[in-house]
Ligand binder design. Structure first.
Ligand code: FE2
Length: 289
């Protein structure tokens, strides 16, 4: 088997074939890690990983976040274990609907995520794609006035805020992200801890830029997302069962596309925690000291 990495036509993303992620040797891992840093989204078709294999692959990237107590892999699905489907007003569906807005994972936690892995198990006949947008290329494409304007700005990140915007009232303790900590404050411009590239760190969880009126802050943040998430900086993947994708939350936004909720969609997710030196929010860092 020869590991082959084929770039998408977008500024991010590559399709990786000729590798068995369940039996990854160290030489292939070196190639994959290099490609992850270069392309930020890697798509591995037809891997059909077991849960244990997905967790093991995730562990190559770092420490895994437990989104549910003692679980390193969680379903993202509109189907319960007994096969019945969730109704649109249920908590899990509200979270899935929220995922249809551009975001980066765990930016609302004191420690934001490094990477996310998603695998497809049951896919609907239409829709349900995942899309990614390249925040490195988006930053590079900004005009100099905007770069100067945002250089010193930060925003709070909150899942209460983002879910509230779609009419979902989050309750403390109801699921991951609905915590009692103060919302983390994060710079709008993030320097990648490995590549050193600057990128926009924005998305639906971001709000309330200190020093700006709330409306002005929303207008700026929404304008940045609108500008950033456009061709050639976006890539869309139509899932087939067995596909595995990993992406770099430190420089990529992603969103789910809608699908008919009368059909099951079963995905499994593993999230890799960021590094304290680079993904721990400044305020949280101060509190921790
Ligand atoms: Fe997500």
């Amino acid at each position: 088997m020869t590991l082959t990495i084929t770039q998408t036509g977008a500024t991010l993303g590559a399709i990786v074939t000729g590798v068995d992620l369940a039996n990854l040797n160290d030489a292939s891992w070196v190639d994959i890690e290099r490609a992850f840093l270069a392309y930020a989204v890697l798509i591995f078709p037809s891997q059909n990983l077991s849960e244990a294999e997905q967790i093991r692959f995730g562990s190559r990237f770092g420490r895994i976040e437990q989104l549910v107590a003692d679980r390193e892999i969680v379903p993202i699905s509109n189907q319960r274990a007994d096969g019945t489907l969730l109704k649109d007003d249920e908590h899990g569906m509200q979270l899935m609907r929220g995922n249809e807005g551009w975001h980066t994972d765990s930016s609302y936690m004191p420690l934001a995520a490094k990477a996310s892995i998603l695998s497809a198990h049951v896919v609907p006949a239409a829709g349900g794609q995942t899309e990614w947008a390249d925040m490195r290329a988006a930053y590079d494409a900004l005009d100099e006035v905007t770069k100067a304007r945002i250089a010193e700005l930060s925003a709070y990140h909150s899942l209460y805020y983002s879910q509230g915007r779609i009419g979902h009232q989050g309750v403390v303790g109801s699921s991951y992200g609905f915590h009692t900590d103060d919302p983390p404050l994060r710079p709008l411009v993030k320097v990648h801890p490995v590549t050193g590239r600057k990128s926009l760190f924005i998305g639906r969880h971001a709000y309330g830029i200190p020093g700006l009126a709330l409306e002005e802050s929303e207008k700026l943040l929404e304008g940045l997302v609108r500008f950033a998430c456009q061709a050639p900086r976006t890539y869309s993947h139509a899932w087939q069962p067995g596909d595995v994708v990993v992406w770099d939350n430190r420089c990529v936004l992603h969103r789910a596309r809608p699908f008919d909720h009368g059909e099951p969609r079963v995905m499994k997710h593993t999230r890799v925690a960021g590094e304290r030196a680079s993904e721990l929010a400044v305020r949280s860092r101060r509190i921790a000291q």
